[in-house]
Design a protein around this ligand. Sequence first.
Ligand code: NAG
Ligand code: NAG
Ligand code: NAG
Ligand code: NAG
Ligand code: NAG
Length: 946
Amino acid sequence: MEDEVLVSYSTGKLHKRRRQCSCLPVVCFTSLIVATCYVTFMYIFRKYSPVESDFDNEKFLYNERNFINLISVREFKLAQPPAPANSQCDLVDENEKFDCFPESDASQMLCEKRGCCWSVPKQVKKWNPIPYCYFPKDFALYKFVNLTVADFGATGFMKAVYSSPYPNNIQLLKIDVKYETETRLHIKIYDPVNARYEPPYPEVPVMNSAAKNTQYQVDLDKTKTGFRVIRKNDNKSIFDCLNVGGFIFSDQFLQLSAKLPTNYIYGLGEHRSDLLLDINWKTLTMFNCDQPPENQKNLYGTHPFHLAVEKGGKSSGVLLLNSNGMDIRLQPYPAITYRTIGGILDFYFFLGPTPSDVIEQYTELVGRPLIPPYWGLGFHLCRWGYNKLDNVKEILEKNQAAGIPVDVQWNDIDYMDRRNDFTYDKVNFKGLDKFVDDLHKKGMHYVVIMDPGVSGGEPNGTYPPYDDAIAQDILVKDFTGNKPLIGRVWNDKSTVFPDYTNPKTVKYWMEQISRQQREQFKYDGMWIDMNEPSNLVDGSLTGCPNDTLESPPYVPAVVGGKLRAHTICMTAKHFKGYHYNLHNLFGMSEAIVTNFALTEITNKRPFIISRSTFVGQGKYSGSWTGDNVAVWDDLYHSIPDVLNMNMFGIPLIGADICGFQKNATVALCQRWYQLGAFYPFSRTHNSNDCVAQDPASLGKDVIDSARKALTIRYRLLPYLYSLFWQAHIKGDTVARPLFFEFPSDVQTYSINKQFLWGPALHIIPVLTEGMTYVKGYLPKARWFDYYTKKEIVNTGENITFAAPLDTIPLLVRGGYIIPTQDPANTTTDSRKNRMGLIVAPDEKSEANGILYWDDGESIVTYERNQYNYLSFHLSGKTLNSTVDVWKYKTDMLLGSVDLLGIKSSVSSVVVNGQAYKNFTYMSDCQYLHILNLSVNMSQPFVITWS
Ligand SMILES: *[C@@H]1O[C@H](CO)[C@@H](O)[C@H](O)[C@H]1NC(C)=O
Ligand SMILES: *[C@@H]1O[C@H](CO)[C@@H](O)[C@H](O)[C@H]1NC(C)=O
Ligand SMILES: *[C@@H]1O[C@H](CO)[C@@H](O)[C@H](O)[C@H]1NC(C)=O
Ligand SMILES: *[C@@H]1O[C@H](CO)[C@@H](O)[C@H](O)[C@H]1NC(C)=O
Ligand SMILES: *[C@@H]1O[C@H](CO)[C@@H](O)[C@H](O)[C@H]1NC(C)=O
């Protein structure tokens, strides 16, 4: 069957198969190729619909080129806006000043030429963030021509009346307001005459019907500019750009500012910051970049989405679906300014009202995250600089001998032959094929790194990844559109880049992977690195042309000062357009193609970790937080970094445990393995100039700490896996900020040194060297110590927890039941063990929990109804289960139950109607432990005690 799939691909008949699937869905879904068809249908049908794409692309390129070159001929000669009256300037409060001169060379004269106000702020400090040059009240470059309100929303046309300081102002704009669902509003501002670039991913649903009973209304007024989004139930405006100055829509500078409902703003990635964003005149630049996580820098991914939480907990979210480079500025009004250098202004608003609701609504739009294979939730061992397969084996064996559970071995670029993709070093990594086979025999898995670019410098006929790319014409082209753009990454001489937006690249990428799997070794997952894309030369080996795409009138505050710094030319051409527009989508496009290819080739759930990410990428891959550093501050920052990606719908996320750069210390690693055991994706990795930092190489203290924490992780994997399933079907977060569960508790809004797994497990790591206790805030709820099972007396305060060097404080929240499984050294083995339940009652002695279970590796098990779903309920002195779905045939036995908070002594336990003797009750901890059970979980069970 797999052969057939490959054959159909190698003949290039992607399109034909697509049609078969779409025309014959019944045959497709009932045949043996159900999975591949399903995936083909899902991924190719809509994404790479060839007829439409070819057409669109030509039309698009034509328009785009036409536009950039000819617009000035077509453009009306618009007047500059008049100088503002002083009264209009005086009306503006300091925090309400929207910057009219984001470039560096502001002066009063140039400012007033823009029709803006100039004043030196009252408090002149060394550096004053308040703009000197700001928009006056009622500043407007556009006026409505007409505005039609309808059932589905509204449509309006706006005409430019004055010119912005940026070239090629769009003279006519259309605004479409669409009530898409009760909680989702779509507002799109675009050029109705010449189609402009819009990101091809993520796919968002196109709504044909209008929602009734919306939780929002939109204020539009023909005599004003902009709009205001209002939450109906309390008339609060959640996004207000009505008559807010600074709306600009020129070819390469689009700007919109809005007043926000709260100071509590989260999201806007990818950046290094606290979880709660600093709104004190901070600019967040989004332009994917190979930049180690540092404050105020644009990092690997782009997520122009924020969550706004108002005191009391009412929350809303906003997405600007735009993939061009941009700056987003926050200021303390509170207000936000979007400043993007291309595309259109395409906004989505999510009404919540809880933070979780917002994320569910967001991922419903941009794509729900995938469920990783079960083994992907095990512990991953990796480093750059093993240098030899013998070292890989030795370190792996040492860790296994030390009792560290390991599911996955990884290799960085040192496994490759001269750092070329789809090769391996046959000298230093001789026997890699057998090593990988042996891992598989032990129930383990293997993941390799892959760079997005392939070598361009190998002799003709010796390196198929290059020869095939030329023959199949799938490389990213330079500005001429004819020749491949040549850069240099890790390869000896030069690097060329497959164009993952080209539908033909799917076949190409699949051929390279399947050839390597056939002829070399069979990896189980791919680590796609350097896909911002990173380039060690700026632009290309021969530079870039001098052009408005390379040097637009406004350059966001990108690292390196130029758009092409450390990446390819903005004039480079992809199938779907200029790199200028597609840059932030490069990693996402690679993830989409890789996800498809691996699924087809292995017929299993793909495991992919991508450094670069964009909106909605969680549907195709996980990620990690990049090249962090082995210092305590980075240990802390990994928490907000992980929580942010969860809010972006990419729950499969972790930081390199113990840090990537710099030598780690024992003290740091002891704590980092503990925290890392609770990253949704748990991997250690470091650089080739650092000493080994796997637990076994660092000695007993780190081994003890890592083994203890990772063993708990393995015990809790059924819970973690069920959370990933909930993320997949509902869009919930896996690692979760406290305020998601306690949105009315303002104390939780800035907490990012503690976090939750789902609703029920609270993690309070030690983040300071030498401390053996840690302070944590406990929101009002019943909480139980994971280790002693004892209830913690809590009144909504800071509490000090003992945290010996080998222990990370963990709490279980009352009201929840956590499914567990006896741990083992791999998930393949732990999955054969008995299950357990940790039952923590709330104030009413009630608790609930669920378990989602399937074979852990087949694709679309949920969608194909090949899973089990159980729910557990505690009420008073009765614990029972409901078997809601049991479609995956497996032996599953319940072996133990931990009942916490049992206040009165227990003298008898009854399991399914029969007295059961094997239990202990610890009165000091109020803990009932029922052990050595053998209850068949495919049937409902009842356990009572008295
Ligand atoms: C609104 O104005 C635009 C642009 O002038 C025009 O094309 C459109 O037909 C008008 N719509 C209505 C309903 O008047
Ligand atoms: C590689 O060799 C083939 C066969 O000789 C030839 O057709 C092709 O043009 C060569 N390609 C390059 C890039 O030199
Ligand atoms: C690029 O072109 C612009 C406009 O033609 C010109 O002013 C500038 O000097 C050129 N820059 C370089 C580096 O050639
Ligand atoms: C780490 O320590 C080793 C051994 O002391 C040393 O050779 C190496 O330079 C150090 N690496 C870094 C990044 O400091
Ligand atoms: C808990 O401690 C933090 C940090 O010291 C402090 O900011 C916060 O106000 C405290 N919360 C309570 C409820 O005392």
